[in-house]
Ligand binder design. Structure first.
Ligand code: HEM
Length: 509
């Protein structure tokens, strides 16, 4: 918490008033018909941060079925446990469930209420979604395919040289893709100030959206304290953060403007929108374009990197799946060797097993096991249960990914579940969220994952050293494995040389 030093009177008063507000809210919500749920542990609620919280959420989903209420610090949270509830509540009642939770520090004080992923302002959110649908459509993202492929050819070479560095190598590749897509900017290396600034912005975001880091989120009226009051140092911190976010948005945007003026701009999200709507951004204005471009790095980096880390874990834990995918590559593209070229994203449509493998990565270890929280913007009643205005509501994606009715032997990594057959067309995919908030970067993300899957499987054989276990981080947010050692070999003699040559050739094109 950022309340330190001689803040004590203010804090004490704040705490007492806060508790009154909390209990008042609690009383008023508990009098309505909330969905059933596990009995709350007084004050702490259901989240004593149990080690096995995922198992708990599966058990609760079995017990309470479609929709349940869990309580954190006595406050109710609604959880949707089934596809039926998601269709009925997140999709059919999307206008009521599209909000985001209120976060005083992040949104009001740091100013992220204008952020595409955080705003609950209907008009603003619509504008962002229109910008994304223009410049992130399946067609628009095709322009970035060569660059995505190029990045993963480099990743394959880096893995051969330094397998232990896989986490950083893959994360750097997706950050680089994000900057190229957003601004046409090529990140030079890990010390590139553009990347350092963006990574710091991501760290700040994580800090300010994590519940419990700032007392002002629990006791919102503290936001009225002027910054000179002892203990109100969060006000100064908020200003520093706000300035950092503004710089992160503005510096690369100005570079695109300059490059467009010089006639040297590369294709990018910002360049596309400024070309389409004029230098001032037309009906949207520059500000909206600036904010939406910034969310490509914030929304797309950690998530895409985690999905690729999960892919790597699947390949070493299920080597027979790795072999089957490689057999498909060889059958369709021809035996690799001298005179052949690595796959491109256009090959995806001829490679159903590799595409199914990608979907299975997102099911087997969903990147966001509880998706992102939405908030009710108005009250709804569903099957007799009240979903009150203002309440946080989220999807139990983890339990759905482990539902044996949809996915027999759900812990097994089995791409055949998603092969294009009559029965697989009804298999749920839920890795990218729901309703009006569904991830606008899905097509870009799938192409990035596709580039990783095709390139790495074509060039490399990746294995787990004997006796090594793969474990997952027990976090509520992004789901990814802990670091583990890997062994990486060329899958055929000359793979390294072909990758190098293809990169040289791409540079001259
Ligand atoms: C494998 C990679 C990715 C995964 C698994 C993923 C997943 C998600 C999920 C679960 C949500 C929340 C949806 C909801 O609230 O219902 C989301 C939202 C979002 N994602 Fe992604 N995402 C990925 C990549 C990307 C990329 C590449 C971008 C770049 C444009 C992006 C931009 C966003 C934005 C801006 C939002 C907020 C949308 C809104 O609130 O309206 N994501 N994503």
């Amino acid at each position: 918490m950022m309340l330190t030093g001689p803040s004590l009177w203010a804090a004490l008063l704040a705490c007492i008033s806060g508790l009154i507000v909390l209990f008042w809210k609690l009383r008023s919500t508990s009098s309505s018909q909330l969905p059933p749920g596990p009995s709350p542990i007084p004050i702490l609620g259901n989240f004593g941060l149990p080690k096995d919280f995922r198992t708990k959420f599966i058990r609760w989903a079995d017990q309470y079925r479609d929709v349940m209420t869990v309580r954190v610090l006595g406050m109710p949270l609604i959880v949707l446990n089934s596809r039926r509830a998601i269709t009925e509540i997140f999709e059919k009642r999307a206008a009521s469930t599209f909000g985001r939770p209120e976060r005083v520090m992040a949104q009001e004080l740091v100013g992220l209420s204008e952020d595409a992923g955080q705003t609950s302002d209907l008009k603003l959110h619509r504008e962002y979604r229109r910008l994304f649908s223009l410049a992130m459509s399946p067609r628009a993202v095709q322009a970035y395919a060569p660059y995505q492929i190029q990045q993963f050819r480099q990743v394959a070479l880096d893995l051969l040289r330094s397998p232990a560095g896989w986490e950083g190598t893959m994360t750097r590749a997706v950050s680089t893709i994000a900057y190229r897509v957003a601004y046409g900017y090529d990140i030079k290396d890990v010390d590139d100030p553009m990347l350092v600034r963006a990574n710091k912005a991501m760290q700040i975001t994580e800090k300010i959206v994590t519940p419990g880091n700032f007392l002002v989120d629990v006791l919102p009226f503290l936001k009225y304290l002027p910054e000179w009051v002892p203990g109100a140092d969060f006000q100064r911190t908020a200003k520093v953060y706000q300035a950092h976010f503004a710089e992160t948005r503005e510096v690369p945007f100005r570079l695109v403007e300059q490059a467009m003026a010089d006639g040297t701009a590369k294709p990018s999200f910002v360049a596309t929108l400024l070309e389409e709507h004029g230098a001032e951004g037309g009906q949207y204005g520059k500000e909206r374009i600036m904010w939406s471009a910034a969310s490509i790095h914030t929304g797309g980096t950690d998530t895409s990197a985690a999905a690729i880390h999960n892919f790597l874990a699947a390949m070493v834990l299920f080597p027979e799946v790795q072999s089957t995918a490689q057999a498909e590559l060889d059958r369709i593209l021809g035996k690799p060797g001298r005179g052949t070229s690595p796959p491109t994203l256009e090959d995806r449509e001829r490679l159903p097993y590799c595409c199914a493998l990608l979907q299975e990565v997102l099911r087997w270890q969903p990147v966001a096991p509880f998706s992102l929280p939405h908030a009710m913007v108005r009250e709804e009643v569903w099957e007799g249960w009240t979903l009150p205005k203002g309440v946080i509501i989220f999807a139990n994606v983890w339990a759905m990914s482990r539902d044996e009715r949809d996915f027999p032997h759900a812990d097994r990594f089995d791409p055949t579940r998603y092969l294009p057959t009559a029965s697989s067309s009804s298999k749920p995919t839920f890795g990218f969220g729901f309703g009006r908030r569904v991830c606008p970067g899905q097509h870009l993300a799938e192409a990035t994952l596709g580039a990783a899957v095709l390139t790495l499987l074509w060039a490399l054989r990746i294995e787990l050293p004997a006796g090594v276990n793969v474990e997952w981080r027990e976090e509520y947010g992004v789901n990814r494995p802990k670091w583990f050692p890997i062994e990486v070999k060329e899958r055929f003699p000359g793979a390294r040389e072909i990758l190098r040559q293809s990169l040289l050739q791409q540079q001259t094109e």
